[in-house]
Design a protein. Structure first.
Length: 320
């Protein structure tokens, strides 16, 4: 018997509400109205205010920020991915100030991350798997460190959008629908426009995931065309940002970004002991807290449980 549409909609709404409740403890400190004492938090005040002023002046995409750089101007949005600030702007339209806008945007990004992880996990392992994925991702040490330790608005939004990119790509390989092709294209473009470094890290993982589904999971060979074209078109949709940023690097002192020793990648390789280390207390009064370099014990336990479950499932299928 076919389910009544409105009953199905109510079930999905209740399901989403339950998932969002799981994320409330993760955003509770943001609801106090106090901006996290983090390294990047104050930077976003200037950037959010600058974008808001530009939009009010009729500039849809201001590559130049005239009030930054001590009043001399700064080509911020020509080189720094801007989408996280556009995603924050609706909170300003609702009448919030810059501080409340920043807090609301960080909280919204965490909730979006929770929902995205749940939907992708549900596709792969059912509702229980979706809940496990949502909890693991929402409370991952690195995600929460980006919120409270760094105040990294752009990277938090990029991490929040990442599960949607993987989910839509999985649907594209499995079903090949135009809707899935469009969602994969848009989600990949959004990832690039939100945080270019995260996009650089996620891109090979996204490609590898697509190849795995297409080749090893026995999907149809003809799906390679929409899979490849969606990623290339996503790259093309974001080209208005990354092409000028790439070809105009000689006009800025980009090397200054890597001059501090803590930003040099040579000094940021992790040992296995650091990755597997346990939780530790954090002093909230420190502005530059040590980075949380652990994967998280609950996340590792869930990954182990999932691996064992998959192996047992395959073993049952072979025996059956």
């Amino acid at each position: 018997m076919k389910e009544i549409p409105w009953i199905s909609w109510l079930k999905r709404a209740a399901e989403s509400a339950l998932v969002l409740l799981l994320a409330l403890p993760a955003i509770e400190p943001l609801l106090s109205g106090r901006v996290p004492w983090a390294a990047d938090s104050l930077l976003h005040f200037y950037r959010l205010a600058e974008l808001h002023r530009a939009l009010r002046s009729g500039l849809v995409y201001p590559r130049w920020a005239p009030d930054m750089g001590y009043g001399f101007g700064f080509p911020l949005f020509n080189y720094y991915a801007p989408l996280s600030y556009y995603l924050s702007e609706p909170f300003r339209w609702l009448g919030l100030g810059t501080q409340a806008e920043l807090l609301a945007s960080l909280a919204c990004a965490v909730l979006v991350a929770c929902v995205g992880a749940y939907l992708w996990g549900r596709d792969l392992a059912g509702r229980v798997g979706g809940v496990a994925a949502a909890v693991a991702f929402t409370y991952a040490p690195y995600l929460l460190h980006n919120v409270y330790g760094r105040g990294a608005l752009a990277e938090v939004w990029a991490l929040a959008l990442t599960p949607f990119a993987f989910r839509s790509l999985g649907h594209l390989v499995a079903r090949g629908r135009r809707k899935d092709w469009a969602l994969t294209t848009v989600s990949y473009a959004a990832l690039i426009l939100t945080h270019n470094i995260t996009a650089m890290i996620v891109t090979p993982l996204l490609v590898g995931y697509g190849i795995f589904l297409w080749f090893f999971a026995g999907q149809e060979k003809k799906r390679v065309v929409p899979l490849t074209s969606s990623l290339f078109l996503g790259l093309g949709l974001a080209a208005f940002f990354w092409v000028p940023a790439l070809f105009e690097l000689d006009y800025v002192q980009v090397q200054q970004l890597f001059s501090p020793a803590n930003l040099d990648f040579h000094n940021n390789f992790l040992t296995l002991q650091e990755l597997l280390s346990g939780p530790r207390s954090v002093d909230p009064n420190l502005i530059n807290r040590p980075a949380l370099r652990t994967l998280g014990w609950p996340q590792l336990a869930l990954a182990l449980w999932a691996t064992v479950s998959v192996l047992r499932s395959k073993e049952r299928k072979l025996q059956g």
